[in-house]
Design a binder for this molecule. Sequence first.
Ligand code: FAD
Length: 312
Amino acid sequence: MSYALVVSEIRRGLFEDRNLDSIGFSNLLQRNITLLIPEGDYKINEKFVNNIIKVRIEESSFLNPLNMITALEKVINLKGNPDVIIFTLSSSGTELASYASGHFKLPLITDVSGYDKEKGIFLKSYYSDKIFGQFKLTDTGPFIITVRSGSFKDNAVEKASLPASETLEEIQISKNRTFIEYIEEDSTEIDITKAEFLLSVGRGIGNQDEIAGYEELAALLKAVISGSRPVIDKMWLPKPRQVGTSGKTVKPKVYFAMGISGAFQHIAGMKDSDCIIAVNKDPQAPIFQYAHYGIVADANKLRDNLKVIMKG
Ligand SMILES: Cc1cc2nc3c(=O)[nH]c(=O)nc-3n(C[C@H](O)[C@H](O)[C@H](O)COP(=O)(O)OP(=O)(O)OC[C@H]3O[C@@H](n4cnc5c(N)ncnc54)[C@H](O)[C@@H]3O)c2cc1C
């Protein structure tokens, strides 16, 4: 039977919303949907899928690629080869998908954000969404894919009936790799998700020495300072200040982005802000597509001018 196998994204006991993108993509392919999920009390809208297969393992073991391969082998023995195995684009989804691709020797396309059903063309971003690449599978056989959050969820629709559900027989847990714990971030840090005004800085500000000037401006504007991932990776700001898919999702009244290009991983974390003001020296910077107000300027010069104005 032809079907899409959706490997669910589970984090700390929660069935993540981005699973709807995997489900939506399966609908675009017009395949029956089988959802693979660890056994447990996960709140899922069951009507979105045709079958549910539960695996008798903990969340942490489910995220271990070595166990995932065993679970996938069991599903294939039970149901036959799926036409596609779908993972979410996340740190664990990407890891699991690449293991599965290597193990089953199946083609893998990562970070798919669009699909042209008529032509069978997949869309994938390069250079922070400045360029999109188109891909076609040369074979009609099964493949593996990771899908970008927010790309296909509108195609997730309820089915007419509740899904069939079954549980896989016990699987042998791999001892080669063990999950230890999630590490909470420093609770003494300011919570940027609660700030009404965020002044966010990106790699475009140049170097760490510039941060002090932005902190000064933030204080004058009564804003809280946050940043894009490179700024955090370079340790110009601490990790809890990171906005984006691997940082925090924020929704302040004002999001003032300076020297940030607007990569989708960043946009995903701030696009729902009430008012987005972007400053970038490149008029083609993708962030301008999301900004309510855009300023083409040198961020550091504008910062210094604003400081003068604010000081009156
Ligand atoms: C799995 C994964 C997760 C990720 N998670 C996140 C995340 O959570 N958050 C995140 O932000 N990124 C994340 N990224 C990284 C993301 O893809 C981008 O690389 C990153 O957002 C780029 O940061 P940036 O805009 O600061 O830098 P760049 O993309 O380098 O952009 C710098 C911008 O500054 C402009 N500029 C340069 N000089 C000036 C100047 N003098 N004045 C004004 N503008 C100037 C440039 O025109 C450019 O647009 C992730 C990537 C991956 C693969």
